[in-house]
Design a protein around this ligand. Sequence first.
Ligand code: CTP
Length: 440
Amino acid sequence: MTVIVGITGGIAAYKAVGVVREFVKQGHDVHVVPTEGALRFVGVPTLEALSRNAVTTSVFDDVAEVRHVSLGRRADLVVVAPATADALARMTAGLAGDLLGTTLLATEAPVVVAPAMHPQMWEHPATRANVATLRDRGVRFIGPVVGALTGDDAGIGRMAEPEDIVAGALAVLDHPADAGRPASADPSLQAAPTRPAGEIRPAGETDVAGTGARGEQGDLAGVRVVVSAGGTREPFDPVRFVGNRSSGRQGLAIAADAARRGATVTVVAANVEAALTTGLDATVVPVGSALELAEAVHAAAVDADVVVMTAAVADYRPAEVRTEKLKKDLQGDTMTLELVRNPDVLADLVAARRTGQIVVGFAAETEPDRAARIELGRAKIARKPADLLVVNHVGWSSGFEREENAIEVLVPGGEVVRETSGSKADVATAILDLVATALT
Ligand code: CTP
């Protein structure tokens, strides 16, 4: 396979060497296209030696070969790592002043980018708008992740690790039909049924009570399902985090049942034990923090028919992530950790939902009284009008880290359309029955 690795001018360019090396190691024909800026961080001889191909930045080299279009045309995959804020802005604008710019315009291959920049740059409205536009055009994002950055700060903006970039980029090729083109141009999405919110209704008392699960094999054939699972960890130094007890079992049960029913499944797995995903027929995207989960879910949701937000996402993260371990002798007998709000992924998905896309939210409630719990669920679905809201009862000894679960499912308007308890697999089947109904 012919892989173009574009490198742009950020300090993480030195790590792009690892990306080139990994693709070559896996037997691919790698052509490196650095920008002028990238060559301030890593040299041509290194890139030529590792890629075993000539390296140039300019559209005026090898003019006879029409290199500025030939590279892009030959590519099976284009990976830009690192992608700086400037590089994302150029891609969005379609600027073609160098070989990377022309290659990106000339290619029809899937384009995968691994951003790297400081958190303020990543969160700037200009960058957010560029990322949204590029995602809408079919560009896939891997990372950035939370971690140490250049200088003495840390946070979201660190480039994903080279092996994760290569694995993520190769996983994109598993869905070639979806890659490299705007979701809005996908005919299957345009054909998706327009379904007014709240159309799902209980089939009768038996259904509400939780019997009569269908779980028909093949009823989700061709449906693209994204499931977030597990619990996020919000770091405040290299070794510590604020976390929660979600194991990921309920999300993985939904993913497994969706795959069994014929769906193409992506799991965004927040700190899920690797053993739990072994053998799962799904693309697994591991993430750590809420900001990482948000990036991965929004990236996967672009061409998803169904998004199930099972993950326990931290509502807050530490305001500051230290590059070194926090020392207790600097804190005294009490310690205060300042937290700031995380984006609400579910609310953002609901707001950006395409016609026909089904979004399922979860509400973990400790309220033991059923009626009071349903009231909490009603308030939540009124705030975030997902197509379905699955209320589950959690507590010190229920919900988390267990094989069993008990749920009530609400639709906008607050009606309970399903109530069931049992194994997490049974609960998954019940939820996907409602999703399958909503899709038809
Ligand atoms: N969720 C999210 N992004 C967040 C927080 C939660 O996408 N930052 C999603 C979860 O995946 C879940 C649902 O929102 O699907 C939970 O809703 P939320 O209102 O956050 O529930 P709680 O955290 O239980 O809220 P509260 O503390 O208000 O009860």
